[in-house]
Design a protein around this ligand. Structure first.
Ligand code: PLP
Length: 391
């Protein structure tokens, strides 16, 4: 069945007239191919043999002993490229090829979605342009270099503050004049319809696998599933498989920056107000005049002033709880988890770890938690070193 792109009062497509046919073309192709046996077989083959699916569900023994309850880790950090992003870019790039398009574009902030898109552009032989703010290009020079190695062109965006939201604006603007041969590969479950639905679809394997692995390894469903929320794609991927299981608590964790009492936080669902941004209605960080806030978190991958419309609906329905953790908690959890498990988590994913640390002594000991480890933290070692020098 076709989704209309509305999640309660949220979602929709608030875009310039010229983009509507392009979005409709993508929507039609998505519904035409998503269950097509050849498309499904090709996607499955790439998930397995290029990306590295299925990812393990791993019992974190020493971390669990420390917390006093059981934590099972869904290892999306083991995927090619080091994060869940590749699930989505492979899916959308394959769709672009089935649509007969030869060029893809994408936006990126921290560079993770840009890199995942550049990798899949190379994989499919598609001409790739990545729009990136000039400030972010400076901050993420290694990812910029990797994207260029994959053959992608990195387009510097100087407008605004030279960060993610400006890159999205420029990518959308470029797309309006290149819709015939170009597909815009969006990075999370936000933006105009049909992106929230498409991106979620390609992230569903996280939850489908985790649910089956839970039944096999724990012998029952988990009590709690937790994941970090930026735009909301990794969390939507894992939560979706458990939404109908009313006894499974779902907890999304947002960045609280230096603290919710200051202006420098990015906890959109915890603290945002309803507005329209980048083509969709959602909770949004904005001031009294409706100006969109610059967000500031220790993890660039969670720095986005909006959030996926389905999350907004799930919040209002009370089906998912959304909480925020602060940068200092994240740094503590990063060090703790790495010492206990020998796994360096991405700072984004570490928000969910920090939430679990905050529940030490509160959750009963028989409780089973699935933690979605959305990515690995090699990219973040330098940032942590700056805040917490190793002696
Ligand atoms: C991009 C990113 C996120 C945030 O994006 P979502 O769409 O909320 O999943 C989280 N974790 C990692 C490792 C990322 O690269």
């Amino acid at each position: 069945m076709k989704h209309d792109g509305r999640f309660g009062q949220f979602g929709g497509f608030y875009v310039p007239e010229v983009l509507i046919p392009a979005l409709e073309e993508i929507e039609q192709a998505f519904y035409k191919y998503k269950d097509d046996p050849q498309f499904v077989a090709e996607l499955d083959n790439l998930y397995r043999n290029y990306a590295g699916r299925p990812t393990p569900l791993y019992y974190a023994r020493r971390f669990s002993e420390y917390l006093g309850f059981n934590v099972y880790v869904k290892r999306e950090d083991l995927l090619h490229g080091g994060a869940h992003k590749v699930n989505n870019t492979i899916g959308q790039a394959l769709l672009a090829r089935y649509m007969g398009k030869t060029k893809i574009i994408a936006e990126t902030g921290a560079g993770q979605h840009g890199l995942a898109t550049a990798m899949t552009g190379a994989l499919f032989g598609l001409e790739t342009k990545i729009f990136m703010g000039t400030i972010d290009i400076e901050r993420q020079s290694v990812n910029v270099h990797k994207m260029r190695l994959c053959g992608a062109e990195v387009v510097p965006v100087e407008s605004g503050t030279g960060t993610l939201k400006d890159a999205i604006n420029d990518a959308l603007r470029y797309w309006t004049s290149h819709v015939e041969d170009t597909v815009y590969i969006f990075g999370s479950v936000c933006g105009p319809h049909p992106y929230p639905t498409i991106v979620k679809h390609f992230q569903l394997p996280i939850g489908v696998e985790a649910r089956a692995q839970s039944l096999e390894i724990i012998g029952k469903l988990p009590d709690v599933v937790t994941a970090c929320v930026g735009g909301g794609s990794n969390s939507m991927g894992i939560f979706s498989a458990f939404i109908a299981d009313q006894d499974v608590r779902l907890v999304g964790v947002e960045p609280g920056g230096k603290g919710l009492a200051t202006d420098e936080h990015a906890a959109t669902l915890v603290a945002g107000k309803v507005g329209v941004f980048h083509g969709a209605k959602s909770y949004l960080l904005q001031d009294e005049e409706g100006q969109v806030h610059e967000t500031e978190s220790i993890s660039a991958g969670l720095d986005y002033p909006a959030v996926g419309p389905e999350h907004c609906m799930l919040k209002d329905l009370g089906r998912v709880e959304y909480v925020a953790v602060e940068d200092e908690q994240v740094l503590d959890a990063f060090e703790l988890f790495t010492k206990k498990e020998g796994i360096i988590p991405a700072l984004e994913s570490t928000h969910a770890i920090a939430y679990l640390v905050s529940q030490k002594g509160k959750f009963p000991k028989e409780i089973n938690v699935i933690l979605n480890l959305s990515g690995r933290g090699d990219k973040d070692v330098g940032i942590v070193e700056k805040h917490r020098p190793v002696e």
